[in-house]
Design a protein around this ligand. Structure first.
Ligand code: AKG
Length: 272
C-alpha cells in the first residue's frame, strides 16, 4: 500500500498500477474531516450492512458540504484516468466528449459502529453481477474513493485491501475472514483511499468504542446507469443548488429509475 501526497497525481497513478489502489494523505484537513464525520452521523437515511455496519445513503441530499470530497481535484483526475476512454475520434469510432466521460454514481456514508462484524470480501459493482464463467474485465468500471473521516487503524475497522488482486480477474471467496496478504488502509482523518473496482476489499471490524466513519464517492463512466438498488438519486431541488461542475457530474441521476430499491430506514421519522 502506497501513501502519496494528495496532489501527486503521477505517483498515485503509478501506485494504482502496481498495487491496485492508493492512499492520498491529508487530502482534507482533520477539522474538515471531523465536521463531515458529524454530518454523516446526523444524516437520517440508512441502509443496513453486516451486523453493526450501516450505509448512510445519498449524503448530498442531506448536505452539500460533501461536495468538498466528491469534487476533490486529485480524486477526479484519478477517476478520469482509470475510467476515461477514447478522446480523439477515429474513422470507425466516435469519441465521447472528454469532460463528460466520468459521472458521480453515489456519495454514501460508511459507518462501522463499535463491535461491527468484518465486511465480506468483494469487488465493487458491477463486477459481482457480471457473468462469472468468464474472466472479469481487466479494466475498472467504477472507482471508489473512500474518505477516512475518523482514524483508520486495524482496531477501528479500517478498510482491508488485497494489493495485487486487480490482476486476478475473478471475485474473492465469499468470506469475511482475513486473507493472506491483506493490508489495512491505516491513515489519519482527512485521507482517502482510491480503489478501482478491479481490486478485492472488505471493511475491517471496529473493536473500539467510537464509530468509524467514512464517505464513499463512487465514479463511473458515462455508459453505466444506476448500479445497485442501494444507490439513490440526488433530489432535483438539491441538484439545482449545486455548482455547474457538480451538476454536470450528477445530472444523469435525475433520470434514474428507482422502482428497485433496497431496505431503507429514516432515523428522523417518528417511531410507529
Ligand atoms: O467501510 C469499509 O471499510 C469498506 C467499504 C466498502 O467495501 C465499499 O465501499 O465497497
Amino acid at each position: 500500500m502506497q501513501y502519496v501526497a494528495s496532489d501527486d497525481v503521477e505517483q498515485a497513478i503509478a501506485a494504482i498500477a502496481s498495487d491496485g489502489c492508493v492512499v492520498l494523505e491529508n487530502a482534507v484537513s482533520e477539522s474538515e474531516a471531523a465536521e463531515l464525520a458529524e454530518l454523516v452521523l446526523s444524516s437520517p437515511t440508512r441502509s443496513p450492512g453486516v451486523s453493526g455496519y450501516e450505509f448512510v445513503v445519498c449524503l448530498m441530499n442531506h448536505d452539500l458540504r460533501f461536495l468538498k470530497l466528491a469534487m476533490h481535484p486529485t480524486v477526479l483526475e484519478l477517476a478520469r484516468h482509470q475510467l476515461g476512454g477514447r478522446t480523439e475520434p477515429a474513422p470507425n469510432a466516435f469519441a465521447w466528449p472528454a469532460e463528460h466521460q466520468i459521472l458521480l454514481g453515489s456519495v454514501d456514508g460508511l459507518v462501522a459502529h463499535s463491535g461491527s462484524d468484518p465486511g465480506w470480501w468483494h469487488m465493487d459493482s458491477p463486477m459481482g453481477q457480471l457473468n462469472q464463467s468468464r474472466p472479469l474485465p481487466d479494466f475498472p468500471i467504477l472507482v471508489n474513493a473512500i474518505w477516512m473521516l475518523t482514524p483508520f487503524r486495524e482496531e477501528t475497522g479500517a478498510t482491508r485491501v488485497l494489493p495485487g488482486s486487480q490482476h486476478f480477474r475473478h471475485l474473492p471467496p465469499a468470506t469475511q475472514d482475513a486473507l493472506e496478504g491483506q493490508l489495512h488502509c491505516c491513515a489519519p482523518p482527512g485521507s482517502v483511499v482510491v480503489l478501482p473496482n478491479t481490486v478485492w476489499h472488505a471493511a475491517g471490524t471496529n473493536q473500539t468504542q467510537q464509530p468509524r466513519v467514512a464517505v464513499a464517492c463512487n465514479y463511473q463512466p458515462w455508459w453505466v446507469g444506476r448500479l445497485t438498488m442501494d444507490v439513490y438519486p440526488i433530489d432535483r431541488e438539491v441538484w439545482e443548488k449545486m455548482p455547474p461542475e457538480a451538476q454536470a457530474l450528477t445530472r444523469h441521476q435525475l433520470e434514474w429509475n428507482t422502482d428497485f430499491s433496497g431496505e431503507l430506514t429514516d432515523t428522523s421519522a417518528p417511531e410507529e
